[in-house]
Ligand binder design. Sequence first.
Ligand code: HEM
Ligand SMILES: *[C@@H]1O[C@H](CO)[C@@H](O)[C@H](O)[C@H]1NC(C)=O
Ligand SMILES: *[C@@H]1O[C@H](CO)[C@@H](O)[C@H](O)[C@H]1NC(C)=O
Ligand SMILES: *[C@@H]1O[C@H](CO)[C@@H](O)[C@H](O)[C@H]1NC(C)=O
Ligand SMILES: *[C@@H]1O[C@H](CO)[C@@H](O)[C@H](O)[C@H]1NC(C)=O
Ligand SMILES: *[C@@H]1O[C@H](CO)[C@@H](O)[C@H](O)[C@H]1NC(C)=O
Ligand SMILES: *[C@@H]1O[C@H](CO)[C@@H](O)[C@H](O)[C@H]1NC(C)=O
Length: 327
Amino acid sequence: MKSFSSLLHVIVLFYLCLKTEGQLRADYYASSCPNLSNVVRREVFKALQNEMRMGGSLLRLHFHDCFVNGCDASILLDGSDSEKLALPNLNSARGFDVIDSIKAAVENECNGTVSCADILAITARDSVLLSGGRPWTVLLGRRDGLVANQSGANNGLPSPFNSLDVIIAKFAAVGLDTTDVVTLSGGHTIGRARCTLFSNRLFNFSGGGAADPTLDSSLASELQSLCPQNGDGNVTTALDQNSTDYFDNHYFNNLINNKGVLSSDQLLFSDDAAATNSMRTLVQSYASNSNLFFSQFASSMVKMGNISPLTGVKGEVRKNCRVVNSS
Ligand code: HEM
Ligand SMILES: *[C@@H]1O[C@H](CO)[C@@H](O)[C@H](O)[C@H]1NC(C)=O
Ligand SMILES: *[C@@H]1O[C@H](CO)[C@@H](O)[C@H](O)[C@H]1NC(C)=O
Ligand SMILES: *[C@@H]1O[C@H](CO)[C@@H](O)[C@H](O)[C@H]1NC(C)=O
Ligand SMILES: *[C@@H]1O[C@H](CO)[C@@H](O)[C@H](O)[C@H]1NC(C)=O
Ligand SMILES: *[C@@H]1O[C@H](CO)[C@@H](O)[C@H](O)[C@H]1NC(C)=O
Ligand SMILES: *[C@@H]1O[C@H](CO)[C@@H](O)[C@H](O)[C@H]1NC(C)=O
């Protein structure tokens, strides 16, 4: 009887393990690194004190990580197949040195315990919070991938020149729906974009001789002076011209007023497809109800953070976020 009950015990434990295998959880580091969230929060605070834009840059790193081979910190790897060299990231993705500092502080707190992929997820949440947004509970337990995937980054990450249908398809490929497309695009309430990524909207748009008709004319002339033809394509402007470094719902007000900077922003409101699949209605709801935006942003970030995590024995906890341990 005693051995039967201990056998039962083993079976129950086995199924509990199977059930939690592959699942992220909020308390993953509760005993192995109890002060993790304070350490990361302090480091992100320092980075934003130095430069507010860094909040946007760090949020974007988690997004660009998750869309390529899942949230496995593949974006942080250096080397010839580095995702940093892929078109959407080259001269664009930033904050890698800040991630190195955060990782160093975390290693100092609990050496060899916390993955770089989890650091990216916590850092994204803290960047939003410290930019004025609302926090969410970050699920943890991701392990770091062993390879980067440059072609995966080139093919999988959305481009500002993509049609709305293509953007929707790229989100669908990683399990995200049209609500997630609209909501997560709200990340563009902070951060900046380079002229080269929207200047096609400013002059002779689609060969029509004028600027993009879905771009407000006064914003168009401001951007024309900032980004003259044959000028420096690396000059940047705020993605949210209203409250640049502040995480709020003004991005959606901008779209209603034809003040989206990227074509891919304005399409969420102006494209015919946005009307037929209720994306336009969602933009309007977020513009008039920031609580609705904040709560759905939290859910969509958790959903994005759940894209194909490596758990259990897959992957590793990298010592240096830029290289795999074996090398
Ligand atoms: C819907 C498809 C998306 C497209 C086409 C897109 C495209 C872009 C582009 C072209 C830039 C400017 C890059 C540069 O100037 O080099 C940018 C910046 C940014 N993106 Fe997106 N993005 C998308 C979705 C997202 C999502 C889902 C998030 C996060 C939740 C996000 C967060 C950001 C942030 C914060 C910046 C500013 C980064 C900085 O200032 O360093 N984007 N995005
Ligand atoms: C946790 O980290 C914070 C921020 O670095 C620090 O102020 C605090 O003393 C730490 N607490 C413990 C128990 O180590
Ligand atoms: C972490 O431990 C390794 C060896 O176990 C050591 O080489 C490294 O210096 C330690 N890092 C920190 C930040 O303490
Ligand atoms: C790279 O990403 C593509 C998806 O775009 C995937 O099919 C491929 O298996 C990935 N390669 C590696 C080495 O992970
Ligand atoms: C605009 O582009 C069209 C098509 O490429 C071209 O025929 C036209 O000359 C251009 N107009 C101007 C003002 O550059
Ligand atoms: C932006 O700057 C980088 C690095 O200095 C340079 O290689 C690139 O050609 C520039 N891009 C544009 C569009 O001017
Ligand atoms: C910013 O947005 C708010 C709310 O939509 C609006 O009242 C205000 O006029 C806008 N300010 C600018 C400079 O666009």
